[in-house]
Design a binder for this molecule. Structure first.
Ligand SMILES: [Zn+2]
Length: 351
């Protein structure tokens, strides 16, 4: 190579880079396209309904029973030949089994006992033989499968649509026709399965908490009035827990689908985009500056590609864990990935 060409080339390259940089500066204002998150609101509502049904069942069946039977523990108990604990456990297990079978219909199927004044017993599931042959086809199982399937499909479609719009806004190519929902069938099936078992933890935890509150109240001599407040607290806690599950799952599903769609579209880099509000973890001016996982820091960290930019093939390293993607950094993470394009958002390596 002659001295002349060796001198000329870097100058050309510098010019090309300067042009590219100017162009990049103008284009960085592109609006961040986020998933609509309608699925999240609908899923939250669906899981909260489960807690409402559980509370209805307890209010109509267990509370009147407690009103008749509950007296804080004091030895000896002459007026109750059977122990309160055993009777309560039997009653609670009836409620558990009834809900596990009938789900949302359990409170509706409670017998009308207004004339007798007896606390209505929860409807018993069908006899054991009928139950085992039906397997997971119990009404409750079907209800939660339908709920999870519907909302997860919408979440997957929202993730897909966000990436379609991101690509379209950046390079003007519409990938809508090649991003088919059938490509996600296996993914959606796995997510539905996982969500069905997660939803089952809502009644499990709910009845477990009710059991502990009542037995603890009994042992410690708490009044029925105080106990009723404790049970109210279980409703709130369970409601919070249901919302958290819904938020967390929709974040994860949206994240997985967006990352997969970007990989399929040949995207190599993404920018970690927070929801840019005071709830972003690690935001020094926000509500959780000392959170264990700091999305604010991840979105500002520069590992060599610019602030908050990571390789799609590797994800980010978060507290020693590799391969973490936005929406999966912590419970109910609201961050998303923004697809970046060579020549538009960054200068490719070979320049
Ligand atoms: Zn985040």
């Amino acid at each position: 190579m002659s001295r002349r060409s060796a001198m000329k080339k870097p100058n050309d390259k510098a010019k090309r880079l300067a042009v590219l940089r100017r162009r990049l500066k103008r284009k960085t204002k592109r609006k961040v396209i986020r998933p609509t998150r309608k699925a999240e609101r609908a899923y939250i509502a669906g899981l909260r309904d489960i807690v409402t049904d559980l509370a209805k069942l307890v209010n109509r069946s267990l509370m009147p029973w407690l009103h008749q039977r509950y007296t804080p523990w004091e030895a000896p108990q002459a007026d109750h030949p059977l122990s309160f604990t055993d009777d309560f456990t039997t009653r609670l297990n009836q409620l558990r089994e009834s809900y596990a079978w009938y789900g949302q219909d359990a409170p509706l199927l409670l017998p009308d006992t207004s004339t007798t004044g007896a606390p209505p017993a929860p409807p018993a599931p069908p006899a054991h033989t009928a139950r085992s042959s039906a397997g997971s086809d119990a009404p409750f199982g079907q209800q939660i499968r339908r709920l999870a399937e519907a909302k997860i499909n919408v979440a997957a479609a929202e993730g897909t649509e966000a990436v379609r719009q991101q690509v379209n806004a950046a390079v003007g190519v519409d990938l809508g026709a090649v991003m088919r929902q059938e490509q996600l069938t296996d993914y959606v099936a796995a997510a539905v399965q996982e969500n069905v078992s997660l939803i089952r933890t809502i009644p499990d935890r709910f009845f477990g908490d009710i059991e502990r509150k009542v037995l603890d109240g009994y042992r410690s001599g708490r009044s029925l009035k105080r106990l009723a407040q404790d049970i109210q607290g279980v409703y709130s806690q369970s409601d919070f827990n249901a919302q958290r599950i819904a938020r967390d799952q929709i974040s994860k599903i949206t994240s997985d689908v967006m990352i997969r769609r970007m990989k399929d579209a040949g995207v190599e880099r993404f920018r970690w985009s927070t929801s840019a509000d005071e709830r972003v973890t690690g935001n020094p001016a926000g509500r959780y500056p000392n959170a264990k996982v700091k999305c604010w820091a991840i979105a500002h960290r520069d590992i060599g590609y610019g602030p908050g930019v990571y390789l799609l093939s590797e994800g980010a390293e978060v507290n020693g864990e590799k391969g973490v993607y936005p929406g999966r950094a912590h419970i109910a993470d609201r961050c998303i990935a923004v697809a970046l394009f060579p020549g538009i958002d960054y200068i490719p390596w070979d320049e």
